[in-house]
Design a protein around this ligand. Structure first.
Ligand code: ADP
Ligand code: DP6
Ligand code: CO
Length: 327
């Protein structure tokens, strides 16, 4: 039996300037550029085994066999990797999420980046990270950014070749941390793919969203390069608020917010007014992420501990790029 193994660990990322809508859903080309922070705390470990003897792809997530109908994106990534390396067998994928799946905590980012990484490393060399970013993008847009550590910029591009992510600064060059308030760990009702598609095609605010985000990109890049926490926080908070305004203005309107999401937003504003600088950001889910500098992590956590349970509060720091070994 001729088997080829590969392993990869990829961390999730939280967008500071968000990706929300595609111009090409087949290739996953986004309407706007986006910028994110890779997180050390949440990640996916994936092992891929290719074999001439398998008759189909098999996907185990957290030790459970997943229905083939849910494997479309996985199959796309595998097909793209196989065609690059001229391989024709099928694969067994064993993946473990150290992040809640489909809860708005970016499991698709770490999951698809780890899948692309493990598949590439099984069949050949994994040194071309730009190309790995393109392959991860075919699984989930946000995954293109999880190939790199620190702060990452995804260039929207106009075709497969031109749409990839690159690092702006590495994880040890930025003082930006995230206290996650886990409001709900359950899978969301409206997956990101569907939520953004509905928004892009029905919200009258959508063109303004795309324009505002693309305009903010150079501002965010210089804020990051200058380690200007205030500017990074203000731009990130505004991006999140605008994104959620597009879901509320779509037809029919919907929101990812839960009552506690609004409560947490108000608490962030209150804490900031009291002199502890912090900003919120929220992805496609009810969970709220609070951005702060290292010197304030303990204070921010202590403040939210009087409103939420300890186990709802998770601190994450800037994380590293993709790794091909466990340690
Ligand atoms: P999230 O907010 O967690 O990113 P999405 O709706 O964007 O939620 O994506 C969730 C989907 O990502 C899952 O339904 C699954 O298809 C895919 N996914 C999650 N984890 C993995 C993984 N480890 N490997 C491959 N795909 C994954
Ligand atoms: C709100 O990357 O999960 O987290 O490309 O359809 O898989 P697909 O969507 P996904 O969308 C992420 C949306 C977001 C913002 C972001 O991460 O930029
Ligand atoms: Co996702």
């Amino acid at each position: 039996m001729n088997e080829k193994h590969g392993f990869a660990r990829a961390h999730t990322n939280i967008a500071l300037l968000k990706y929300w809508g595609k111009i090409n859903s087949d290739l996953i080309l986004p309407a706007n550029d986006s910028i994110s922070l890779t997180l050390d705390k949440f990640y996916t470990d994936t092992e891929v085994t290719f074999s001439d003897e398998y008759t189909s792809n098999l996907f185990y997530l957290n030790h459970q066999l997943i229905d083939v109908k849910k494997m479309q994106r996985i199959n796309r990534v595998l097909e793209a990797v196989k065609s690059e390396f001229g391989y024709q067998g099928f694969a067994k994928i064993e993946s473990e999420n150290h992040v809640p799946t489909a809860a708005g905590l970016a499991s698709s980012a770490s999951g698809m980046a780890a899948l692309a990484g493990a598949a590439v490393s099984a069949l050949g060399s994994h040194t071309d990270l730009t190309n790995l970013s393109r392959l991860a993008r075919l699984g989930s847009g946000s995954a293109s950014r999880s190939v790199f550590g620190g702060i990452v910029h995804w260039h929207r591009g106009y075709d497969h070749q031109s749409s990839f992510a690159e690092q702006i600064v590495s994880e040890d060059q930025i003082d930006l941390n995230m206290v996650t308030i886990v409001i709900d760990r359950r899978q969301k009702k409206v997956k990101s793919t569907l939520g953004m598609q509905h928004t892009a095609s029905t919200s009258p605010f959508y063109p303004a969203w795309v324009e505002a985000t693309n305009q903010a990109i150079p501002e965010m890049i210089s804020a990051v390069q200058n380690n200007d926490f205030t500017k990074i926080g203000e731009l990130a908070e505004h991006s999140a608020a605008m994104m959620h305004a597009t879901t509320l203005s779509s037809k029919p309107a919907f929101t990812y917010f839960a009552p506690e999401t609004i409560q947490a937003i108000k608490l962030v504003e209150q804490l900031r007014e009291s002199g502890i600088e912090c900003y919120y950001t929220i992805d496609a889910g009810p969970n709220v992420k609070v951005l702060c500098q290292s010197k304030n992590i303990t204070r921010v956590k202590r403040f939210f501990a009087s409103y939420f349970d300890q186990d709802q509060l998770v601190v994450a720091k800037p994380g590293s790029g993709i790794k091909f070994t466990k340690n």
